[in-house]
Write a new protein. Structure first.
Length: 624
């Protein structure tokens, strides 16, 4: 090693590795080779197999491997009185630990592990988290350098995508529905064809149609996504029509333009025919609309229509036949989705073989424009549903199909109702049509909240001071103030539930692979037992009684909350009502066939109770 290794008394260690892609430099195998050399020279022994984030993407705070490190040290505390008593967690370098968008974030994790007797050690840089002031400064510098690398990658990705698109090459990402990807080598000759399957498998074919290799999907933080293909960096990509899917695209355009079908009728017919959708279980209106407005189907490339980056704001300026991306770094890294009209994107016409004739594509766009202007019976201006206080975030769902409800208004009678989105987006092949009277259900929910809160007594008091005094008196006479919930219990309960899920998955692996997975099961069981023991200790802990001053402050907070609640219910905007409703209501589940609505509410101690209410004016309708 280039650096003089610290002296660790216990000779135990942990290892953490991270990479964004298997193919990148300093992959996990390379990292572990260097770390193993450090382990040998320092005479250390790893306690368990390495923690790792292999190919995972997203925010640093969401990386499961890093979270597992924090969880492990918390459930396996090590008593340390001196620096040499700490157990090192070896990482390849500071960048592998994390390219945080704010360098101060790194110290949160350092504090978390050090209070349990562990420390991070960067092998390549010889930096320890419990080192001297020089190492402390180096950690900050290295962290900033690591994040600058992320910014450079972001800028490089935008410039590369723009450059490829303006030359007619596919700028990256998965092929739109109806197309496959065909790679071209540096010599300009085609090499391989990549086909995306509905189960997120990617198949690689030779030019003569022979299957070369299949890339199974990857579990990325609990969600399956398509794997990275083995396309070389020097290869470029063109889109080529997929014969099977191109037929479906042509049918959709024909139904929409020539047969004058609406999106709902097209969606319903696709589901009735049993045609596999691009993603998910069923065809939805949003997917059909996405096909109809995608310029790729007329043979054009439009780069920048949708972006979800978190580091830069970007505009594309056209200079002659070239485009220049104008990027501005965000002071705060926030991931957000940006959708741009076509005239603000990088456009290259006739980039690949078209599936739809230009005239037909233009007629489809013309029809959408007429719908937006209200000339084809399209209701409203896109702002419907803003005053529906039970929709918008998945609070209200269908018990049959699992899709959300959204608000709508009948044009003739102006009756407000909630409609099952499974039927609305996918048709009767997805779910039955269920309408719920909005006025009746909202009244029921608001009235129930009023009963559980102090709103029913608010009129009995002349001013807020009287209400505060009554709340304080209630606190003094009740036993509530003698039980103080530990702030960690909610977090521990969530972590325990996640650990139990992991243990159940590991037990299934053990049944399939035998002793090869037994070590993993034993480790998870040990962690689960330790976590359950700590949670039990916190739940049985008797809190100290609140002082008179604390009771008064608590009474003021409670009274103020219910004063705001009363004001929102009487004069507040729909958004204000939504916010308070979600403090009381956990979920609303509608079963149109059984004519039942289950309202799950938060009870005492953050437990959920369920109330099944009778029909509230909704009418389920079966259509064939």
């Amino acid at each position: 090693m280039r650096y003089r290794l610290p002296e660790w008394q216990g000779k135990s260690c942990l290892v953490y590795g991270r990479c964004s892609k298997d193919s990148q430099d300093a992959s996990l195998a390379d990292q572990y080779q260097v770390i193993q050399q450090c382990v040998h020279e320092a005479g250390l022994t790893p306690i368990r197999e390495p923690f790792e984030d292999d190919g995972g993407r997203g925010h640093d705070e969401e990386r499961p491997g890093l979270q597992e490190v924090i969880e492990y040290v918390r459930t396996h505390p090590n008593r340390a009185r001196h620096n040499e008593d700490f157990i090192p967690i070896l990482v390849y370098n500071v960048a592998r630990f994390g390219r945080f968008d704010d360098s101060k974030k790194i110290f949160y994790y350092l504090v978390q592990i050090e209070k349990y007797g562990y420390e991070f050690y960067s092998v390549m840089e010889g930096l320890r988290s419990r080192g001297n002031i020089g190492e402390f400064v180096q950690l900050i510098i290295r962290g900033e350098q690591a994040y600058q690398y992320t910014l450079d990658l972001s800028e490089y990705g935008i410039r590369t995508g723009c450059s490829l698109a303006e030359k007619g090459w596919w700028p990256g990402g998965y092929a739109p529905y109806g197309f496959d990807r065909l790679t071209y080598g540096p010599d300009g000759k085609p090499r391989y064809r990549y086909v995306n399957r509905p189960n997120k498998t990617i198949e690689k074919y030779s030019l003569d149609g022979g299957l070369v290799e299949s890339f199974p999907p990857i579990n990325d933080q609990g969600r399956l996504r398509s794997a990275y293909s083995d396309k070389l960096k020097t290869d470029k990509v063109k889109l080529v029509p997929n014969a099977e899917h191109a037929k479906v695209v042509r049918m959709i355009f024909d139904w929409f333009v020539n047969e004058d079908w609406g999106l709902k009728r097209i969606t319903s017919h696709l589901n009735k025919l049993g045609i596999t959708p691009p993603r998910g279980r069923h065809w939805l209106k949003t997917g059909v609309r996405g096909i109809l407005v995608n310029p790729a189907h007329k043979g054009a490339i439009a780069y920048g229509r949708r972006s979800d980056g978190k580091h830069h704001d970007v505009d594309f300026e056209r200079l002659g036949d070239r485009y220049v991306p104008k990027m501005r770094r965000r002071d705060v890294a926030v991931q957000e989705i940006v959708r741009r009209p076509l005239d603000e994107c990088v456009i290259f016409e006739n980039a690949h073989e078209a599936i739809i004739p230009l005239e037909l594509w233009n007629l489809a766009q013309r029809k959408f424009q007429l719908r937006r202007n209200g000339n084809l019976g399209h209701r409203g201006n896109g702002g419907r549903g803003s005053d529906y206080i039970l929709s918008g975030d998945g609070l209200m769902k269908c018990a049959r199909c699992g899709y959300r409800f959204h608000g709508s208004t009948d044009r003739k009678s102006n009756t407000r109702y909630y409609l099952d989105n499974g039927y609305h987006e996918g048709g009767p092949e997805v779910c039955e049509m269920t309408l719920v009277s909005a006025d009746e259900l909202e009244y029921l929910v608001l009235d129930w909240i009023r009963e559980r809160s102090l709103l029913q007594y608010a009129d009995l008091y002349q001013d807020k001071e009287q209400l505060v005094a009554e709340v304080e008196k209630t606190l003094d006479n009740s036993s509530l103030h003698s039980k103080v919930a530990h702030p960690k219990t909610d977090s521990l309960e969530r972590k325990l539930a996640e650990l139990r899920r992991k243990r159940e998955e590991a037990e299934r692996l053990e049944m399939e692979f035998g002793r090869g997975a037994s070590q993993l099961v034993d480790r998870i069981r040990t962690e689960e037992a330790a976590l359950a023991q700590e949670l039990s200790r916190l739940l049985t802990r008797k809190g100290a009684s609140l002082s008179e001053a604390d009771r008064h402050r608590l009474a003021i907070d409670i009274a103020q909350y219910h004063t705001d609640l009363e004001s929102a219910f009487r004069h507040g905007t729909p958004e204000e009502r939504k916010r308070f409703i979600r403090d009381f209501i956990h979920s609303i589940e509608v079963d149109g066939r059984e004519r039942k609505i289950k309202i799950a509410f938060y009870g005492d101690g953050n437990n959920s109770g369920v109330r099944v209410v009778p029909p509230t004016g909704f009418e389920p309708v079966s259509r064939t």
